[in-house]
Design a protein around this ligand. Structure first.
Ligand code: AMP
Length: 220
């Protein structure tokens, strides 16, 4: 893949995609064929291509300079702490929170026999940091998904997970405890790309900053 002299903008597929496309459209950037396929999509702007992929892959591509800018959730940035990129702007999209949660009725699950409290998490680095900052010794159990069902199954006493409406927690008999972080979509820019492609990237950053400020001012 070679973007030539142009820039590649990475967008996270899934719940952020449509909102990201709408935001870019407000700056005048239209993506042709914006399907969730991992391919380079042409746009109406000369020298600007859009890549749609998993958020974590977009983050990696921007950190390594294969994509020049991108839109990803701040949960990924907190979990992976990538180097070589600027978190340029809070786009205020996809707002949710990372919380700790436990069973409302602890007797519905199993208790650790004696030892450390067990915590299941997909965001295991964030979870480990949270409990260590609180001076609590816990065992982090890393899962790729299905974290919310873990306490009922007796795997753990607490979980760390992303919550939007809170419905998934309720459905699994869990109650929210601490809010570890508020999450929203961020504009990320590769550090070297900002120097080399500043002429293209700076106007885009400025337009997005104006639009986000206007939306926020309007109470959106
Ligand atoms: P909810 O039931 O609305 O609280 O949504 C929670 C479920 O959706 C959990 O399984 C989360 O992992 C997932 N989720 C919610 N918001 C996000 C997000 N912004 N990024 C990734 N996963 C999310």
């Amino acid at each position: 893949m070679n973007a030539g002299d142009g820039i590649v903008l990475g967008l996270s597929r899934g719940r952020l995609l449509q909102q990201s496309l709408d935001l870019l459209a407000e700056t005048g950037l239209q993506v042709h064929t914006p399907r969730e396929r991992e391919m380079l999509h042409p746009t109406n702007a000369e020298g600007v291509q859009v890549l749609i992929g998993r958020g974590i892959d977009i983050m990696t591509l921007v950190a390594r300079g294969a994509a020049h800018a991108g839109i990803v959730g701040s949960d990924l940035l907190l979990e992976h702490e990538p180097d070589n990129l600027h978190q340029m702007l809070d786009l205020r999209l996809g707002q949710c929170r990372i919380v700790t949660a436990a069973l409302e009725r602890p007797d519905a699950g199993a208790r650790a026999a004696g030892g450390k409290m067990r915590v299941a998490a997909k965001l295991s680095h964030i979870a480990a940091r949270h409990y260590s900052d609180a001076g609590r010794q816990v065992e982090i159990i890393s899962l790729r998904g299905g974290v919310e069902t873990a306490p009922l199954l007796g795997l753990c006493e607490e979980i760390v997970d992303i919550v939007d409406t809170g419905r998934t927690l309720r459905e699994n008999g869990l109650v929210e405890q601490d809010v570890i972080a508020r999450v929203s979509a961020r504009l990320i820019i590769n550090k070297a790309a900002l120097v080399v492609h500043g002429a293209r990237l700076n106007p885009l950053i400025a337009d997005l900053r104006t639009i986000v400020a206007e939306r926020t001012g309007a109470g959106d």
